[in-house]
Design a protein around this ligand. Structure first.
Ligand SMILES: NC(=O)C1=CN([C@@H]2O[C@H](COP(=O)(O)OP(=O)(O)OC[C@H]3O[C@@H](n4cnc5c(N)ncnc54)[C@H](OP(=O)(O)O)[C@@H]3O)[C@@H](O)[C@H]2O)C=CC1
Ligand SMILES: O=C(O)C1=N[C@H](C(=O)O)C[C@H](O)C1
Length: 253
């Protein structure tokens, strides 16, 4: 049994995590955190986001799963360091300072951060690395589509895809194009669309040599991210303080 807490318990992903954990018998969701004063969400006791330390001390989770905003994740990191509780972080949109703060928390507690907790995206990332390396002269264009409530753009996953490409090839991102904007040889166009309640779509196009390769992934339900975050929490519980990746979970389970 893994004792978890959920930060952002009333959010789209927080609710999905609680729902997925409640349907399994190997998780106990002991506490949730939310910005408003409510007693419980889906039967889970809720502490206000200003009272992280109290909630962690009273309910003693092994791992907190976080899907919020960077400001909230960083406040949580301080509380987790003080309480000695591990973190599974799904929140995206950190600037470099925020990432550095989160990384420094992993000197004291185990921290696993992923921009996408779908297993399929992990496979896509590996496939993209291979394709970009095998097709060095092909033009690259990256597209993502998400629901109309998403705050950050491009998506965290798109940024991770870009980093994966840049490990293989020196490409310069161009975010959208407008007007007189001819394509340069070593650029990659990056495009973000927002519409409806689209759960998350990512596509990399590689074009050249009179052919087009399209590598894409579409999440059809937030449950896919929730399941991955829960697998990560089980894997992380009891680990030493360090910075971990979801790829390590996939390799082990
Ligand atoms: N890694 C992955 O696999 C995935 C990552 N994500 C990422 O997770 C994050 C959350 O996404 P989603 O659930 O759709 O977003 P939501 O807006 O639905 O949920 C975010 C929650 O955080 C709360 N919140 C906002 N500001 C604060 C604050 N300052 N302190 C404490 N809590 C706060 C919100 O409260 P309120 O509702 O009152 O504003 C809300 O409950 C995003 O960064 C998204 O990109 C999403 C899906 C998958
Ligand atoms: O906000 C979302 O919904 C999602 N965010 C993550 C991201 O920014 O990549 C992961 C997923 O695509 C859904």
């Amino acid at each position: 049994m893994t004792r978890i807490a959920v930060n952002g318990a009333a959010g789209r992903m927080g609710r999905a995590v609680i729902e997925a954990a409640s349907a399994r018998d190997d998780f106990d969701v002991v506490v949730g955190f939310h910005v408003d004063d409510v007693d419980d969400i889906q039967g889970v006791p809720i502490f206000h986001a200003d009272d992280l330390a109290d909630g962690l001390a009273e309910h003693e989770p092994q791992v907190v799963i976080d899907f919020t905003v960077p400001e909230s994740t960083l406040a949580l990191a301080d509380a987790c360091v003080d309480a000695g509780v591990g973190m599974v972080v799904g929140t995206t949109g950190f600037d470099s300072g925020g990432m550095a703060s989160l990384r420094s928390a992993s000197q004291d507690v185990p921290v696993l951060k992923a921009t996408n907790f779908s297993r399929g995206i992990q496979v896509l990332l590996r496939t993209i690395g291979e394709a970009v390396s095998a097709l060095p002269d092909y033009d690259l264009e990256l597209m993502e589509t998400h629901h109309n409530q998403k705050i950050d753009a491009p998506s965290g996953t798109a940024n991770t895809i870009l980093e994966t490409i840049q490990e293989e090839r020196d490409v310069e991102p161009v975010y959208g194009r407008e007007g007189h904007a001819p394509r340069q040889e070593d650029e990659i166009g990056v495009f973000a669309r927002r519409a409806g309640d689209i759960r998350g779509e990512h596509e990399l196009v590689l074009a050249g040599n009179d052919e087009v390769v399209s590598l894409s992934h579409r999440a059809e339900d937030r449950g896919v991210f929730a399941a991955g975050a829960l697998d990560a929490a089980t894997w992380l519980a009891g680990k030493d303080p360090e910075w971990y990746s979801f790829g390590e979970v996939i390799d082990d389970t």
